[in-house]
Design a protein around this ligand. Sequence first.
Ligand code: HEM
Length: 240
Amino acid sequence: MKWSEFFTSSVGKKLVMALSGLFLISFLVVHVGLNACIWANDGGVMFNKAAHFMGSNVVPRILEIGLFAGFLLHIIQGFALEFQNRSKRKMGYQVPMGSKGSKWYSKSMGLLGTLLLLFLIMHISHFWVPSRITGLEEMHIDVTNGSIVSAGAPNAKEYHDLFGRMKAVFTHNPLVVILYILGCISLAWHLLHGFQSAFRTLGVSNFRYIGLIKALGTGFSIIVPLAFAMMPVSFYMGWI
Ligand code: HEM
C-alpha cells in the first residue's frame, strides 16, 4: 500500500486523528498552565512575561507553526471521517443496535468539533490576531524588581499586555463569557471521547491499561476545560 493510499484509508485517517489529537492535548496542557498565571494576583506581570517568552523564542514559534498544521490536519481528517461514517450509517446495520451503540458524544464528534472550530475562530481573533498582527497595548515591567512602571522608566522592558486584552474582552461582555463557557463545554465533551479513542487507535487498550486511560481521560476532560472556563468567569466576576 502506498503512503497516499494509507492516509486516505479508514485506519490511516484514524491514526492521523489520534496522533494530531494527542499533540493538541499536549498543547492544551501548556496553554492552561501558562494561562493559570493570570491568578498570580500581580496585575498580569507573571502571565505577560510567560506569554512573552512563548511569543519571542524560536522553539515555541516553530512549535506554533506545527500547532496550526496539527489543527488543520485534525479538522480536515475529522470532517473526512465524519462524512465517511455518515454515508455508512445511511446504509444501516444488519443487526439493530438500539441504545447499546456508542455514547452520544462519541457519535457527535463532528458536531462538537464544528462548535469548537467556531469557538477557535472567535478565540484566535480575540487574542492571537492582535498579539501577532494588528498590535496590542504594551505593559512596562521593571526588570530588576518585576513591578509595573511607566514607559521610559529606568530598567523598564516592554511586554505585550495580553492580560489587559483578556480583561477588556471578558469584563464588559457577558455574551462573550457565555460563548467561551459553551466552547469549554464542547471541548470537555469532545475530549471525553477523543482522549480514550486516541489510545484505542494506537492499540493501548488492553484491560491492564484501559481503566487507567479511562480515569486519566475523564479527569483531564473535566479539569482542563473547567480551568479554561474559570478564566473568563474570573475576569467577569472581578475576582482578578
Ligand atoms: C477559555 C479560556 C482561554 C483563554 C483565556 C485563552 C487565552 C489565550 C491567549 C491570551 C492567547 C494568545 C497567546 C499569544 O498570542 O501569545 C491564546 C492563543 C491560543 N489559544 Fe487560547 N485561551 C483559552 C482557551 C483555549 C482553548 C480551549 C483552546 C483550544 C481548544 C485554545 C486555543 C488557542 C490557540 C490555538 C491559540 C494560538 C496559539 C498560539 O500561537 O499561542 N485556547 N489563548
